[in-house]
Write a protein that binds this ligand. Structure first.
Ligand code: GLV
Length: 329
């Protein structure tokens, strides 16, 4: 019987499956992120850890949890909260939860933000509730049409690809940037590769879909904003630190950015206070993947990875394959 620690209660049926597996399962008693001290205290000596994107897992944490730890199963697609190299050095498997259902949810949310900003839905709703609607007017809440505009997709991975696919229905031109060109996507999705400068210069909408790495941290900064079209709408459903929030605030204030949709923030859960007072900004609390379907999938994938690893089966969505290779020898 193995010991599995879950850092926070998760929705859906996955925990029941885990509890029914015959292993000892302990779920954190707090419905909030654990402090690192709490994590160390509660999870020390466990064989598997199911953690969330709000848990920071590095070598120090792994050492404290003990050498018996086999797997860290991250209940998230992004795994920038885990120092994967440090897990690899210690022979700990790391998995994440990419899946079509989750990717669809995030891509749908990127579109939700773009559409809501283009049509000024949130501002208009707020004004109407406040009682400001006194009858039809020709010049209030003027937005923009989507059709015929250029959408720039930064990062043409699975979620970027789904976001591009949806643009076909809006008759938009799609430019994408990726480290290496993706000719299959170009054919299938009618998208065009652009280097970063061109993507910034020509896009009316920019949707961010790169992972957070040392290379992408603050890649959208003043230098990038200076290159963009005046009035561009930028949405971020990936990771907050990809955009330099201070530079974004300045670009909005100067009118360079016409609208920003942010589901993620540079220093979550803190938000630059200036953003909170800006009307052409939509702020949501990291919910792009918060659909019932997606969360069920997250749970199942995270739990299955643990059960596989504990029974000697290679888990799906292993992000450090080397550890598995090493174990086989
Ligand atoms: C959510 O942000 C995820 O990475 O799954």
């Amino acid at each position: 019987m193995a010991k599995i620690f879950v850092t926070r209660k998760i929705p859906g049926s996955a925990l029941d499956k885990l509890k029914g597996s015959g292993n000892e399962v302990v779920v954190s008693e707090f419905d909030r992120p654990l402090t690192s001290e709490e994590l160390l205290e509660s999870a020390r000596g466990f064989d598997a850890l199911l953690c969330l994107l709000t848990d920071r897992i590095d070598g120090e944490v792994l050492d404290a949890l003990g050498p018996q730890l086999k797997i860290v199963s991250n209940y998230a697609v992004g795994f920038d909260n885990i120092k994967v190299e440090e897990a690899t050095e210690r022979g700990v498997l790391v998995t994440n939860t990419p899946s079509e259902v989750i990717n669809e949810s995030v891509s749908e949310f990127a579109w939700t933000l773009m559409l809501a900003l283009a049509k000024r839905v949130v501002e208009a709703d707020e004004s109407t509730r406040r009682g400001a609607y006194k009858g039809w007017e020709p010049s209030t809440f003027l937005g923009v049409n989507m059709v015929g505009k250029t959408l720039g997709i930064l990062g043409m991975g699975r979620i970027g690809g789904l976001t591009a696919r949806r643009a076909l229905g809006w008759n938009m031109k799609v430019l994408y940037y990726k480290r290496s060109r993706d000719e299959a996507a170009e054919k299938e999705l009618e998208v065009e590769y652009a280097d970063l400068d061109r993507l910034y210069q020509e896009s009316d909408f920019i949707s961010v879909h790169v992972p957070l790495t040392d290379e992408t941290r603050h890649m959208i900064n003043k230098i990038a904003f200076d290159k963009m079209k005046k009035g561009v709408i930028v949405v971020n459903t990936a990771r907050g630190p990809i955009i330099d929030e201070g530079d974004l605030v300045r670009a909005i204030r100067e009118g360079k950015v016409g609208g920003a949709g942010l589901d993620v923030f540079d220093n979550e859960p803190n938000i630059n206070p200036e953003l909170i007072n800006m009307e052409n900004v939509i702020l949501t609390p990291h919910i792009a993947s918060a659909t019932n379907e997606a969360r069920e999938e997250y749970g199942n994938l995270a739990v299955n990875a643990i059960l596989d690893a504990l029974t000697g089966k290679k888990p799906q969505n292993l992000v450090n394959e080397e550890v598995w290779e090493r174990r086989k020898k």
